[in-house]
Design a protein around this ligand. Structure first.
Ligand SMILES: Cc1cc2nc3c(=O)[nH]c(=O)nc-3n(C[C@H](O)[C@H](O)[C@H](O)COP(=O)(O)O)c2cc1C
Length: 222
């Protein structure tokens, strides 16, 4: 069957100078993004989160299967359950599971098993990889390139959150299966990918003094 094709919607071309300015301004804006671990409890309107998720949902995906599912949590009791479960996994990690080499690279970040931000921040966004679709006859259909697709969607989500003037923490308590249970997501279809903490930074928020690799180190032109 021939695919139905439509004109490219909404494409805008810029003059070369404008292109460079826009590219440079966007890069500067993205460079100002930092992972924040000290959050304010100031509320953030749900509509802002919805717009950020709409941006995330615009990501390209393998075979256009859009294998992402986002659960945005502002409910105090649910956030508390997430914190309790995450801290239990993190205690195991820091005290038993983490190999010394892993603890060594985490050391400059100053992280530990305590995750008060999971309750303090106004929003948690759990990102799930939807690995299968449930068909009408009850069978499952596999999705392709799910990790790549959800990684791209999450990148857009982070950029949108930052662009909106909020901050985020990418949190990966391991394992994260408790998110399926607490958030009622089907274990046979979806796997937790990341837990994002979203809100305003605390007035006295501090971040690790780390450096980003310069362009010459991360890119080759041939
Ligand atoms: C896949 C992934 C997992 C991460 N997991 C955690 C985490 O569990 N806890 C945490 O405090 N930071 C976590 N981070 C944040 C990183 O430590 C942070 O991005 C890195 O130190 C660079 O800092 P920046 O985001 O401010 O540039 C994670 C980041 C990524 C991309």
């Amino acid at each position: 069957m021939k695919p139905r094709l439509v004109p490219l919607p909404g494409y805008v071309e810029y003059l070369p100078d404008d292109m460079l300015t826009r590219g440079s301004e966007f890069a500067d804006e993205m460079q100002r993004r930092r992972t924040v671990r000290d959050f304010s409890d100031r509320p953030v309107p749900r509509a802002v989160i919805e717009e950020c998720l709409r941006a995330a949902g615009s990501a390209p995906s393998g075979a256009n299967q859009q294998p992402w599912q986002f659960v945005a949590v502002s409910d105090v009791a649910v956030k508390q359950r997430v914190r309790v479960a995450a801290e239990a996994e993190e205690r195991e990690f820091y005290e038993h599971r983490a190999p010394p080499a892993w603890l060594e690279v985490l050391q400059p970040l100053g992280t530990d098993a305590n995750k008060p931000f999971l309750e303090i921040a106004p929003w948690l966004i759990a990102v799930f990889i939807r690995r299968f679709e449930r068909l009408a006859d009850g069978s499952k259909r596999k999705h392709y390139y799910t990790d790549e697709s959800v990684g791209l969607a999450t990148g857009l989500l982070l950029a949108a959150i930052h662009h909106a003037g909020l901050v985020s923490l990418t949190h990966t308590p391991s394992p994260m299966k408790f998110l399926n249970e607490i958030l009622g997501r089907p274990k046979d279809l979806e796997r937790p990918f990341l837990l994002l903490v979203v809100g305003y930074p605390a007035a006295d928020a501090r971040v690790p003094d780390i450096r980003r690799k310069p362009l010459a180190e991360i890119a080759d032109f041939v």
